[in-house]
Design a protein around this ligand. Structure first.
Ligand code: PLP
Length: 387
């Protein structure tokens, strides 16, 4: 095989889309959040199957907005949250910053979502108000069992679906499987709006609170009925309303420029998800002696192919010499990250530790061909040692 260059992630924005964006820019339209953002939000909600979506400037901002809005809306009976040990820093960091007690949950050995036994033990012992899930590398968690447990213990569920745009559990899209879901449109994700993100949800009250907190805590973007009700409650007159703040908000807004790209990309998302799902299956078939994630009842809009190897460092050097990028299986375990150790000491969890010590991921994106997968698998097998 001749040498190839296979990157972990690739640009999803096409030349045609850039030309189209340049033409739109020259029309001199509004560049801040405006009508295109609202159109993107309506289209994105329709795609995921939720009543609403809220566009923000990153997946991290989406997580921050979910966390703070749930708190401010009075949805949480305590400040205790369960977060998967295998997640992303900004899945966890908003809760750390807001002074929540955070309990790390071990990973399911099949799908690398939350482990049901550990989750139940945490729910029983700590009685947390909230669980945030992460669908690791596109693989949906075991949602039915998770909802059963969380209903039993009165725990709300939200999803960080930043690695799982287009994935489905029993025919329903990730992000629509709980109270609210977050997405990232950063470079290398399923679609990109340069930087960008969104929240999906169907809850009317939470929607209004999120729209307010996204923009400083004012009410300008809030649906009319809630806007008038808030105004009346605090006896705000029409003039004062411009600068009335109902929450100690942020500015997490995106712009119409990002929404313009997002709308173009969204049209191509179903095709992108299919290619990613196909590539995942090809990897699985090509590397049967190595671990691969498995999520029953799911369509996997794969982010990348995650697996384990006993000799990651040697392997990654070998792959790089063949033009193949490879990285650790995202963050490994949060319980082993320097910031966590500094604050709380090290937390050991058996499966999350395995991910931390042996996990890695191989390239998957919309431009990866079956021949690319075969090339990666061939060179992977030359050196990789299963654990
Ligand atoms: C699970 C998860 N959550 C959140 C994020 C953050 O998204 P962003 O880079 O858009 O802030 C990422 C980024 O890769 C992620 O993988």
């Amino acid at each position: 095989m001749t040498k190839r260059s296979i990157k972990l992630a690739d640009n999803t924005i096409s030349e045609e889309e850039i030309r189209s964006l340049a033409g739109w820019l020259q029309e001199g339209k509004q560049l801040t959040k405006g009508p295109l953002t609202r159109e993107f939000e309506a289209e994105f909600a329709a795609y995921t199957g939720t009543k609403y979506s809220i566009m923000v400037n990153s997946g991290s901002s989406a997580n921050l907005l979910m966390a703070y809005s749930l708190l401010e809306a009075g949805y949480l009976r305590n400040k205790k949250v369960v977060v998967p040990a295998v997640s992303w820093i900004t899945t966890l960091s908003p809760f750390v910053q807001m002074g929540f007690e955070c309990f790390l949950c071990d990973s399911d050995a099949q799908d690398l979502g939350v482990d049901l036994n550990h989750l139940e033990a945490l729910l029983k012992k700590e009685r947390p108000a909230l669980l945030i899930l992460v669908h690791i590398l596109g693989h949906p968690n075991k949602m039915d069992a998770i909802h059963r447990l969380c209903d039993q213990y009165g725990c709300l569920v939200i999803e960080d679906a930043c690695e799982a745009l287009g994935s489905e559990y029993k025919g329903k899209k990730t992000g629509a499987l709980s109270l609210a879901g977050s997405f990232s449109f950063y470079y290398g994700h399923h679609i990109s709006s340069i930087e960008g993100g969104a929240i999906t949800l169907s809850d009317d009250k939470l929607y209004s609170v999120m729209l307010s907190i996204r923009s400083h805590g004012w009410s300008r973007d809030v649906p009319e009925a809630d806007r008038q009700a808030w105004k009346k409650e605090y006896q705000i007159d029409d003039f004062r309303e411009f600068y009335s703040f109902y929450y100690a908000g942020y500015n997490l807004r995106s712009t119409d420029l990002n929404a313009y790209l997002g709308r173009l990309q969204l049209k191509r998302l179903p095709a992108i998800a299919k290619v990613r799902a196909r590539n995942f299956e090809l990897y699985r078939q090509a590397l049967p002696e190595f671990f691969s994630q498995h999520s029953p009842d799911s369509f996997v809009s794969s982010f990348s192919f995650g697996t384990f190897a006993a000799n990651r460092l040697e392997l990654s050097k070998h792959l790089l010499a063949q033009g193949i990028e490879c990285r650790p299986l995202v963050c490994g375990s949060m319980g082993r990250q320097p910031f966590w150790i500094k604050k709380f000491g090290v937390t050991h969890l058996p499966v999350a530790d395995k991910v931390h010590d042996f996990g890695l991921y191989l390239p998957n994106h919309a431009n990866i061909t079956p021949e690319d997968v075969a090339y990666v698998a061939k060179h992977f097998r030359e050196v990789a040692k299963p654990i």
